[in-house]
Design a protein around this ligand. Sequence first.
Ligand SMILES: Cc1cc2nc3c(=O)[nH]c(=O)nc-3n(C[C@H](O)[C@H](O)[C@H](O)COP(=O)(O)O)c2cc1C
Length: 365
Amino acid sequence: MFPAALRIGPYTASLPVVQGGMGVGISLSGLASAVANEGGVGVIATAGIGMNEPDMYKDFLEANKRALRREIQRAREKTKGLIGVNILVPLSNYADMARTAIEEKVEVIFSGAALPLNLPAFLDGSTHTKLVPIVSSARAARILIRKWLDKHHYRPDAIVVEGPKAGGHLGFKEDEISDPAFALEALLEPVLREAEAGATQDGPIPVIAAGGIYTGEDMYKVMAMGASGVQIATRFVTTHECDAAQGFKQAYIDAAPEDMVIIKSPIGLPGRAIRNRFTQGVEAGERTPVKCPYHCIVTCDGQNSPYCIALALMNAAKARLNLGFAFAGANAYMAEKMESVKDVVRSLREGYAAASDQARGLSIG
Ligand SMILES: Cc1cc2nc3c(=O)[nH]c(=O)nc-3n(C[C@H](O)[C@H](O)[C@H](O)COP(=O)(O)O)c2cc1C
């Protein structure tokens, strides 16, 4: 058994697991509702959510709002559990996505890839939706807590600290990614201190650890250090319920440790992906002409990029891996077979219990 449920404001996740948002078609209502049904927080990612709408190119803003609304409603039809939405700060339709999620009364918004300094402004009196920033350092946590309190009189309802083993875009410089000083275990302690400093009578701000948590043993390690829960993404990709096409999931099952690579994303951050013909082509200097109809990421220099990241990720989600690549966490190569979300949760519980029994045995004996 896990030591305690994860509290985020008034909400209680009996399974202290947040399913990490995975953009461009990987975590939608299917995966989110399955995780919520197990007692965790299921998260729909907003990045590229309108990719299958017929008017995506003609009316980018409307297509994305409609798709987000529909995915939240679909998730609600499948679960009574907790549903969150993940919104990357550099999205050019950030305000639209935040307002839509709040109108649809999701329980939690998770937001990172830069500091979501203005997120509380979108609540506009609503109290249903709770706000959780994603940070990669104690300094970022400190700045964010201070700015939210000063400007919005709002305290984060929890904080996700994401280490460099995460998948997708990473909040680290390339040389920091393999530096032990930036490992999740090294980041967690100072972030916990910031969360303690931001305590009220309800206690410290809950801290959720992310990046490379794959087994119950991994969960035990960070929760024994003081994390209130974990955010897990990569482990959930190879589930039947994950919303990506089977070929995307198969790329995880087929990957070997040496296939996990760091790419330079056109949006100006490093990212972790599974090496394939497309990533090797980019590395070798190949360019795919970029048409940029909607400039979806504020920091993306589309015209000077060797390829369009949104298009590459959309192709990957649809298993057209010759025209794109799969983002993945450092442990993606560990996947050996397809599972159900229930199987994954059972294995997390068993691994956690074994690690906790072992630690207790060691401390007694
Ligand atoms: C395929 C993929 C897509 C991702 N997309 C997003 C995203 O849109 N927004 C975000 O904040 N994080 C994104 N992430 C990061 C995850 O939400 C999560 O925090 C991280 O991957 C945790 O590490 P893990 O994958 O080792 O569990 C993505 C990760 C993966 C693997």
